[in-house]
Design a protein around this ligand. Structure first.
Ligand code: SF4
Ligand code: SF4
Ligand code: SF4
Length: 273
Protein backbone atom coordinates (compact mmCIF):
# COMPACT_ATOMS: atom_id res chain seq x y z
CA UNK A 1 0.00 0.00 0.00
CA UNK A 2 2.77 2.42 1.07
CA UNK A 3 4.55 1.86 -2.25
CA UNK A 4 1.55 3.34 -4.06
CA UNK A 5 0.84 6.23 -1.64
CA UNK A 6 3.89 8.39 -2.37
CA UNK A 7 3.67 8.12 -6.20
CA UNK A 8 -0.09 8.72 -6.02
CA UNK A 9 0.40 11.78 -3.78
CA UNK A 10 3.02 13.20 -6.16
CA UNK A 11 0.72 12.59 -9.14
CA UNK A 12 -2.17 14.30 -7.34
CA UNK A 13 -0.08 17.36 -6.45
CA UNK A 14 0.92 17.75 -10.12
CA UNK A 15 -2.67 17.23 -11.25
CA UNK A 16 -3.88 19.98 -8.90
CA UNK A 17 -1.20 22.29 -10.32
CA UNK A 18 -2.12 21.24 -13.89
CA UNK A 19 -5.84 21.86 -13.49
CA UNK A 20 -5.42 25.07 -11.45
CA UNK A 21 -3.08 26.64 -14.01
CA UNK A 22 -5.21 25.43 -16.94
CA UNK A 23 -8.28 27.11 -15.50
CA UNK A 24 -6.53 30.21 -14.12
CA UNK A 25 -4.66 30.95 -17.33
CA UNK A 26 -7.22 29.51 -19.74
CA UNK A 27 -4.47 27.57 -21.50
CA UNK A 28 -4.70 23.79 -21.94
CA UNK A 29 -0.92 23.55 -22.32
CA UNK A 30 -0.61 23.61 -18.53
CA UNK A 31 -2.90 20.61 -18.24
CA UNK A 32 -0.87 18.32 -20.46
CA UNK A 33 2.49 19.74 -19.41
CA UNK A 34 2.08 19.10 -15.68
CA UNK A 35 0.11 15.90 -16.23
CA UNK A 36 3.00 14.53 -18.28
CA UNK A 37 5.64 15.55 -15.72
CA UNK A 38 3.57 14.32 -12.76
CA UNK A 39 2.86 10.98 -14.45
CA UNK A 40 6.52 10.42 -15.36
CA UNK A 41 7.53 11.19 -11.77
CA UNK A 42 4.83 8.98 -10.27
CA UNK A 43 5.67 6.01 -12.52
CA UNK A 44 9.40 6.42 -11.79
CA UNK A 45 8.82 6.64 -8.04
CA UNK A 46 6.54 3.62 -8.09
CA UNK A 47 9.24 1.62 -9.87
CA UNK A 48 11.84 2.97 -7.45
CA UNK A 49 10.02 2.03 -4.25
CA UNK A 50 9.52 -1.42 -5.75
CA UNK A 51 13.27 -1.75 -6.21
CA UNK A 52 13.34 -1.66 -10.02
CA UNK A 53 16.80 -0.71 -11.26
CA UNK A 54 17.07 2.31 -13.54
CA UNK A 55 13.88 3.94 -12.28
CA UNK A 56 15.54 7.28 -11.44
CA UNK A 57 17.25 7.23 -14.83
CA UNK A 58 13.81 6.68 -16.44
CA UNK A 59 12.41 9.82 -14.76
CA UNK A 60 15.51 11.86 -15.62
CA UNK A 61 15.22 10.94 -19.29
CA UNK A 62 11.43 11.31 -19.47
CA UNK A 63 11.30 14.73 -17.79
CA UNK A 64 14.74 16.15 -18.64
CA UNK A 65 14.59 15.44 -22.36
CA UNK A 66 10.96 16.67 -22.54
CA UNK A 67 11.98 19.98 -21.00
CA UNK A 68 15.13 20.39 -23.07
CA UNK A 69 13.87 19.18 -26.45
CA UNK A 70 10.15 19.96 -26.41
CA UNK A 71 9.85 23.00 -24.14
CA UNK A 72 13.26 24.50 -24.90
CA UNK A 73 14.00 23.72 -28.54
CA UNK A 74 10.56 23.13 -30.09
CA UNK A 75 8.28 25.40 -28.02
CA UNK A 76 11.14 27.88 -27.58
CA UNK A 77 10.59 28.54 -23.89
CA UNK A 78 13.81 29.63 -22.20
CA UNK A 79 13.73 27.64 -18.94
CA UNK A 80 17.28 28.58 -17.99
CA UNK A 81 17.98 31.16 -15.27
CA UNK A 82 18.08 33.88 -17.96
CA UNK A 83 14.53 32.94 -18.97
CA UNK A 84 13.43 33.28 -15.35
CA UNK A 85 14.87 36.82 -15.09
CA UNK A 86 13.35 37.73 -18.44
CA UNK A 87 9.80 36.62 -17.59
CA UNK A 88 10.12 38.06 -14.09
CA UNK A 89 11.07 41.54 -15.36
CA UNK A 90 8.38 41.26 -18.00
CA UNK A 91 5.89 40.75 -15.17
CA UNK A 92 4.66 37.44 -16.60
CA UNK A 93 3.72 34.46 -14.47
CA UNK A 94 4.28 31.74 -17.03
CA UNK A 95 6.90 29.38 -18.48
CA UNK A 96 10.18 29.96 -16.62
CA UNK A 97 8.66 31.88 -13.69
CA UNK A 98 6.20 29.04 -12.97
CA UNK A 99 8.94 26.47 -13.50
CA UNK A 100 11.31 28.23 -11.10
CA UNK A 101 8.65 28.72 -8.48
CA UNK A 102 7.57 25.06 -8.51
CA UNK A 103 10.87 23.26 -9.08
CA UNK A 104 13.46 25.58 -7.62
CA UNK A 105 12.10 28.14 -5.18
CA UNK A 106 9.02 26.91 -3.27
CA UNK A 107 9.00 23.23 -4.29
CA UNK A 108 12.31 22.50 -2.50
CA UNK A 109 10.56 23.22 0.80
CA UNK A 110 8.66 19.99 0.13
CA UNK A 111 10.95 17.85 -2.00
CA UNK A 112 14.38 19.39 -1.51
CA UNK A 113 16.60 19.06 -4.54
CA UNK A 114 14.45 16.41 -6.17
CA UNK A 115 14.68 18.57 -9.28
CA UNK A 116 18.44 17.88 -9.42
CA UNK A 117 18.06 14.14 -8.92
CA UNK A 118 15.11 13.46 -11.20
CA UNK A 119 14.41 16.18 -13.74
CA UNK A 120 17.29 18.50 -14.58
CA UNK A 121 18.41 18.04 -18.17
CA UNK A 122 21.99 18.85 -17.21
CA UNK A 123 22.11 16.38 -14.32
CA UNK A 124 20.55 13.82 -16.70
CA UNK A 125 23.69 13.95 -18.86
CA UNK A 126 26.24 14.41 -16.05
CA UNK A 127 24.97 11.20 -14.43
CA UNK A 128 26.01 9.28 -17.56
CA UNK A 129 29.68 10.22 -17.05
CA UNK A 130 32.06 7.68 -15.48
CA UNK A 131 32.65 9.30 -12.05
CA UNK A 132 29.58 8.32 -10.05
CA UNK A 133 31.55 7.99 -6.83
CA UNK A 134 33.56 11.20 -6.38
CA UNK A 135 36.76 11.48 -4.36
CA UNK A 136 34.80 13.46 -1.71
CA UNK A 137 37.59 16.05 -1.50
CA UNK A 138 35.90 19.39 -2.05
CA UNK A 139 37.53 22.20 -4.02
CA UNK A 140 37.19 25.73 -2.69
CA UNK A 141 35.59 27.14 -5.83
CA UNK A 142 31.92 27.26 -4.81
CA UNK A 143 32.02 31.06 -5.31
CA UNK A 144 31.79 30.36 -9.06
CA UNK A 145 28.05 29.80 -8.67
CA UNK A 146 27.61 33.40 -7.46
CA UNK A 147 29.60 34.73 -10.43
CA UNK A 148 27.32 32.73 -12.76
CA UNK A 149 24.21 33.91 -10.91
CA UNK A 150 25.14 37.60 -11.00
CA UNK A 151 26.41 37.28 -14.60
CA UNK A 152 23.07 35.84 -15.72
CA UNK A 153 21.17 38.66 -13.99
CA UNK A 154 23.38 41.41 -15.46
CA UNK A 155 23.19 39.87 -18.94
CA UNK A 156 19.38 39.89 -18.99
CA UNK A 157 19.15 43.39 -17.49
CA UNK A 158 21.61 44.59 -20.16
CA UNK A 159 19.63 42.96 -23.00
CA UNK A 160 16.37 44.49 -21.78
CA UNK A 161 18.05 47.89 -21.36
CA UNK A 162 19.33 47.87 -24.97
CA UNK A 163 16.54 46.06 -26.81
CA UNK A 164 13.47 46.35 -24.59
CA UNK A 165 11.23 43.33 -24.16
CA UNK A 166 11.02 42.34 -27.85
CA UNK A 167 13.86 39.86 -27.47
CA UNK A 168 12.13 36.49 -27.69
CA UNK A 169 14.43 35.36 -30.51
CA UNK A 170 17.52 36.48 -28.57
CA UNK A 171 16.25 34.57 -25.54
CA UNK A 172 15.89 31.45 -27.69
CA UNK A 173 19.48 31.72 -28.94
CA UNK A 174 20.60 32.45 -25.40
CA UNK A 175 18.92 29.21 -24.30
CA UNK A 176 20.95 27.27 -26.86
CA UNK A 177 24.23 29.04 -26.07
CA UNK A 178 23.87 28.75 -22.29
CA UNK A 179 23.03 25.06 -22.54
CA UNK A 180 26.10 24.42 -24.69
CA UNK A 181 28.12 26.34 -22.08
CA UNK A 182 26.66 24.42 -19.13
CA UNK A 183 27.19 21.03 -20.77
CA UNK A 184 30.73 21.90 -21.89
CA UNK A 185 31.86 23.26 -18.52
CA UNK A 186 30.06 20.45 -16.67
CA UNK A 187 31.65 17.66 -18.72
CA UNK A 188 35.14 19.21 -18.68
CA UNK A 189 35.21 19.76 -14.91
CA UNK A 190 33.67 16.33 -14.30
CA UNK A 191 36.71 14.83 -16.00
CA UNK A 192 39.19 17.21 -14.33
CA UNK A 193 37.83 16.59 -10.81
CA UNK A 194 36.76 12.99 -11.54
CA UNK A 195 33.30 13.87 -10.26
CA UNK A 196 30.12 13.64 -12.36
CA UNK A 197 28.37 16.30 -10.29
CA UNK A 198 31.24 18.83 -10.10
CA UNK A 199 29.17 21.38 -12.05
CA UNK A 200 26.32 21.02 -9.56
CA UNK A 201 28.69 21.46 -6.60
CA UNK A 202 30.66 24.47 -7.76
CA UNK A 203 29.23 26.20 -10.81
CA UNK A 204 25.47 25.88 -11.20
CA UNK A 205 23.87 29.27 -10.46
CA UNK A 206 20.47 27.71 -9.76
CA UNK A 207 21.83 26.35 -6.47
CA UNK A 208 21.71 29.92 -5.14
CA UNK A 209 17.93 29.28 -4.91
CA UNK A 210 18.03 25.55 -4.33
CA UNK A 211 20.44 25.34 -1.40
CA UNK A 212 18.76 27.63 1.16
CA UNK A 213 15.26 26.37 0.35
CA UNK A 214 16.17 22.68 0.49
CA UNK A 215 17.62 23.14 3.99
CA UNK A 216 14.02 23.15 5.24
CA UNK A 217 12.86 20.30 3.00
CA UNK A 218 10.09 18.09 4.33
CA UNK A 219 11.41 15.15 2.32
CA UNK A 220 14.91 14.15 3.41
CA UNK A 221 16.97 11.06 4.14
CA UNK A 222 16.78 10.24 7.84
CA UNK A 223 19.47 8.40 9.77
CA UNK A 224 18.91 6.30 12.85
CA UNK A 225 22.22 7.15 14.49
CA UNK A 226 21.74 4.49 17.17
CA UNK A 227 21.57 1.78 14.50
CA UNK A 228 24.50 3.14 12.46
CA UNK A 229 27.71 1.10 12.72
CA UNK A 230 29.82 3.76 11.00
CA UNK A 231 30.88 1.54 8.12
CA UNK A 232 31.06 4.57 5.80
CA UNK A 233 29.40 2.87 2.82
CA UNK A 234 26.74 5.58 2.51
CA UNK A 235 29.40 8.30 2.48
CA UNK A 236 31.35 6.43 -0.17
CA UNK A 237 28.47 6.14 -2.66
CA UNK A 238 26.97 9.60 -2.16
CA UNK A 239 27.51 11.61 -5.36
CA UNK A 240 27.07 14.88 -3.43
CA UNK A 241 29.37 14.21 -0.40
CA UNK A 242 26.49 14.54 2.09
CA UNK A 243 27.29 13.50 5.66
CA UNK A 244 24.17 11.38 5.59
CA UNK A 245 25.07 9.18 8.58
CA UNK A 246 24.25 12.17 10.80
CA UNK A 247 20.54 12.90 11.40
CA UNK A 248 20.82 16.66 11.90
CA UNK A 249 19.71 19.09 9.21
CA UNK A 250 23.10 20.67 9.81
CA UNK A 251 24.90 17.59 8.49
CA UNK A 252 27.76 18.55 6.17
CA UNK A 253 26.55 19.40 2.65
CA UNK A 254 22.95 18.75 3.75
CA UNK A 255 21.63 21.16 1.13
CA UNK A 256 23.33 19.23 -1.67
CA UNK A 257 21.29 16.04 -1.30
CA UNK A 258 19.59 15.19 -4.61
CA UNK A 259 17.43 12.41 -3.08
CA UNK A 260 18.93 9.72 -5.28
CA UNK A 261 18.68 7.21 -2.37
CA UNK A 262 21.92 5.46 -3.34
CA UNK A 263 22.96 5.69 0.33
CA UNK A 264 19.90 3.80 1.58
CA UNK A 265 20.62 0.92 -0.80
CA UNK A 266 24.07 0.19 0.64
CA UNK A 267 23.43 0.58 4.38
CA UNK A 268 23.96 -2.89 5.91
CA UNK A 269 21.80 -2.16 8.99
CA UNK A 270 19.00 -0.18 7.28
CA UNK A 271 19.79 2.89 9.37
CA UNK A 272 18.87 5.21 6.49
CA UNK A 273 15.36 5.75 5.23
S1 SF4 B 1 22.73 21.67 -9.47
FE1 SF4 B 1 22.09 22.76 -11.33
S2 SF4 B 1 22.93 21.56 -13.06
FE2 SF4 B 1 23.01 20.27 -11.21
S3 SF4 B 1 21.15 19.08 -11.32
FE3 SF4 B 1 20.71 20.89 -10.01
S4 SF4 B 1 19.89 22.44 -11.38
FE4 SF4 B 1 20.83 20.85 -12.65
S1 SF4 C 1 23.34 9.25 -1.69
FE1 SF4 C 1 21.84 9.77 -0.11
S2 SF4 C 1 22.63 11.62 0.89
FE2 SF4 C 1 23.72 11.38 -1.05
S3 SF4 C 1 22.58 12.60 -2.50
FE3 SF4 C 1 21.79 10.54 -2.67
S4 SF4 C 1 20.04 10.48 -1.22
FE4 SF4 C 1 21.25 12.29 -0.73
S1 SF4 D 1 25.90 2.82 5.59
FE1 SF4 D 1 24.50 2.75 7.35
S2 SF4 D 1 25.73 1.85 8.97
FE2 SF4 D 1 27.16 2.51 7.39
S3 SF4 D 1 27.77 4.59 8.01
FE3 SF4 D 1 26.01 4.79 6.63
S4 SF4 D 1 24.25 4.87 7.98
FE4 SF4 D 1 25.93 4.06 9.18
Amino acid sequence: MKDKMVPAAIWLVFEVIAISLWLAKNNIFYLYNFTYIGTALAVGLYLMVNGKPGSRRFVQLAVGSYMLIYLGLIARENMQLEGFWYYLFKGLFEAATIHYLIAKILGPLLFGRGWCGYACWHGMIFDLLPYKKPSHIRKGIGWLRMIMFIGSFVLVVGLIYYYGFAIDLIMFYLFIVSNILYYSIGIIIAYIFKDNRAFCKYVCPVTVFLKPMSYFSLLRVHCDEKACIHCGRCLDVCPMDVQVNCESRKRKYATECILCYECTKVCPVKALR
